[in-house]
Design a binder for this molecule. Structure first.
Ligand SMILES: Nc1ncnc2c1ncn2[C@@H]1O[C@H](COP(=O)(O)OP(=O)(O)OP(=O)(O)O)[C@@H](O)[C@H]1O
Ligand SMILES: [Mg+2]
Length: 265
């Protein structure tokens, strides 16, 4: 749906995964993944614990080395043994469940430091870009705050600003809201929705089904190291083809439905 008539050569997806396998010792965690995300597309990956979602994301930016298969990001094969991995990682922003901010640096310092070290930006440029991105995530008034002075949701937004400041072509999110108190989840999802609307290519592992339904173009369900099915977000959440997907959804959707229906208790 986001696929447009691009000039020749631009048919390459933003992320193209083919025949991807990953084993840890005898444990085959990814068992043949073929998957693509087009430029500007937002895809949510859902699935039970241990199904390989994080491993899939980590193979995209080579935090894990695939056992077999290829991964291309923005046309560059990251699994090419001769690849400049640092150059590849610069094109891929990653946001984890834990924010991993430096406690001794302010929000501004946290967003500036990787730009200076990895991109060799000068202090002034790095700080200007840090401010712009902190503003983008709604933290213009927190540039001078240290992580301990920020809520979990604010810290996660600093982490998103830090990834954005590197100018990535795709953003990977691994359960970015699952460590947050419920009342802080909305701000982070709001920032992610803004990024999606601005056309960022995003691959998001999440249990937030309302986000998946409303923001994602596509939802992929993983189980046992394979993508069991994928499809248009609203249909996948309400009317999936596979029984395993239905079972999973009923488990993650019912508590939420119960909360909504039950109202304040
Ligand atoms: N570095 C590692 N060494 C050994 N085994 C690992 C490693 N990382 C992951 N695994 C195993 O791979 C399997 C898939 O893990 P993964 O973290 O990808 O699952 P997940 O779908 O992200 O689960 P969750 O929803 O709990 O985050 C698990 O059985 C896990 O124990
Ligand atoms: Mg995981």
């Amino acid at each position: 749906m986001t696929r447009t008539g691009e000039p020749a050569g631009a048919d390459a997806g933003a992320i193209e995964i083919s025949g991807l396998h990953k084993s840890f010792g005898a444990n085959e965690v990814l068992r043949g993944i073929d998957f693509r995300v087009d430029a500007g597309e937002v895809v949510c990956v859902i699935g039970p614990s241990g199904s390989g979602k994080s491993t899939l994301l980590r193979c995209v930016n080579l935090l894990e080395e695939p056992s077999a298969g290829t991964v291309r990001v923005a046309g560059a094969e990251v699994t090419d043994p001769d690849v400049d991995i640092d150059a590849v990682r610069r094109r891929i922003g990653m946001v984890f469940q834990s924010f991993n901010l430096f406690p001794h640096l302010t929000a501004l310092g946290n967003v500036a430091v990787a730009q200076r070290k990895v991109l060799r930006r000068g202090k002034r440029d790095a700080e200007r870009i840090a401010r712009e991105n902190l503003e983008r995530v709604g933290l213009a008034d927190k540039v001078g705050a240290y992580p301990a002075q920020l809520s979990g949701g604010q810290q996660q937004r600093v982490a998103i600003a830090r990834a954005l400041a590197m100018g990535p072509e795709v953003m990977l999110f691994d359960e970015p809201t699952s460590a947050l108190d419920p009342e802080l989840v909305g701000d982070v999802l709001g920032v992610m929705r803004g990024l999606a609307e601005a056309g960022m290519t995003m691959l998001v592992v999440t249990h937030e089904m309302s986000f998946a339904r409303e923001v994602a173009d596509r939802v992929a369900f993983m189980d046992g190291g394979v993508i069991v099915e994928q499809g248009e977000a609203a249909r996948m959440v309400t009317d999936p083809d596979h029984e395993r997907t239905r079972e999973f959804l009923s488990r993650v959707l019912d508590p939420a439905a119960a909360r909504v229906q039950g109202g304040e208790r």
